[in-house]
Design a protein. Sequence first.
Length: 581
Amino acid sequence: MNNPENTKNLRDLNKTDIKNENNASIKPGNFITEIIDEDLKTNKYGGKVHTRFPPEPNGYLHIGHAKSICLNFGLAETYGGLCNLRFDDTNPTKEEVEYVDSIIEDLRWLGFDWGDRLYFASDYFEQLFEYAVKLIKKGKAYVDSLTMEEIRGYRGTHTEPGKESPYRNRSAEENLSLFERMRAGEFKEGEHVLRAKIDMSSPNMNLRDPIMYRIRHASHHRTDNKWCIYPMYDWAHGQSDSIEGITHSICTLEFENHRPLYDWFLDELEIYHPQQIEFARLNLSYTVMSKRKLLQLVEEQIVSGWDDPRMPTISALRRRGYTPESIRLFSERVGVAKRDNMIDVALLEHSIREDLNKRAMRVMAVLKPLKVVIENYPENQTEELDAINNPEDLSMGKRRVTFSREIFIEREDFLEFPPKKFFRLSPGTEVRLRYAYIIKCEKVIKDNKTGEVLELRCTYDPATKSGSGTSDKKVKGTIHWVSAVDAIEAEVRLYDRLFLVEDPSYEKEKDFMELINPNSLEILDTCKMEKSLLNSKPGDKFQFERLGYFCVDTVDTKEGKFVFNRTVPLRDTWAKISKTS
Ligand code: ATP
Ligand code: MG
């Protein structure tokens, strides 16, 4: 029966105005909600929707995981159901508490809540063991004593059937006794495994007597040394879903071929049977998403850690200045696909720009400073000028910036030999200083030996004061600046793509490590910022006028040392792409 409560929620969602890149409303419905709607209609799960997010704690979460998180928690929200957090901690050798903690932190930060439903597959080890015993007793599982290499050899290929193991027809008693002894620690790693007894000639390789348990004399981050046999993913996963009463077990496409095995285990065990549904994993251009590869970048110190702002991890995006809202919006925009595809990283950048445009306070900062002395401005005089905090939201008010005889401008805003249509500063030309006056470049002071421009001598026109000047003089260019008397010194880190090619994982000739962009990080350590930034705290986000969105680094900012990360530059390549296409 259709649950009226759920229908209402879905209707409400339909009203929310989600726009895609062409500004057309995205229907929040997709093939997964269609399946769920149908299940609600037929009352397959008693009107319930219960999903789960099942990370393996062997790395930090990345933007692909965020897609899965938003999908699973989002469906539960949409249908008034529940979503569990379950750690798939079945592999003791690769998993660590550090990863568990980081995953919980990232999920909370993204804004999701699993109530008291935090689970670990390792909590089910005893139950899984009993299920295995049940299959052995039914003659549906056996202890195999072939070596791993032999097992691989017996498996056959996609074109040839596999061969049955000589141990396949052991009696249930013998299997039970061996399995108990495996658990008791009587054997070495690799001596025996427990396998499901299905079909060695199945066209689906996953059904060729898959391994359920292997011996690992390793201590586990939760069960310590209690176990020396560990369940394989395929054996643990579906049964964990069943134990938790999951209705829709959503996973990525590579598990489509595992679904018959998922179903086989549940059917043979005759226990509650969730529905597995697959969708395409999110791929993002100019990065890699495999945890193995991300770990390699960390271990080989290509990046400073899992939270290096160039990484695609949630912790890196957070440190770089992304907001949870922007990531959730992005996830919504990419939608749910049945086929693998590649999402342009420009769409992610578009989402954070859109969010920060509304929220971030505008300030002035000069990244590569050039000193300007305004010769007709009295020495020792300063004045406070009004500056608007956010033209998109005037309720954010105004602040005051200091103007003085000595200021800094961006080196790039001066050219000694300007091309046509250069409307900034050059010898003899005028430009407006944002919120201040029009100045004229009178003289260029250069290093005698190197010819480097050291300083500009300018004059200002007092009648051109922004907002209250009496002069109606107009100039084509406006530039940002910072007063030298109270500027804050800061370090700014600019980031570029971590990889040189769109899809570093599928470049035929080259390993992904050879495709790293050597210029993905630029550190500027003589930046000058307006004094209002003195009050900013780690994590605060700003728009530096004309330069982009920046955020105070949470790791390297210390008493007396400001470090800013550039989240994104201002130029929105996505908006441009979607306008021309
Ligand atoms: P890797 O392949 O790098 O080891 P994984 O998929 O094994 O990653 P898990 O911790 O098992 O990582 O993933 C937890 C959940 O997140 C799974 O349900 C998985 O399907 C989903 N997930 C992982 N990567 C992506 C992605 N790129 N897009 C969408 N969902 C993903
Ligand atoms: Mg996995």
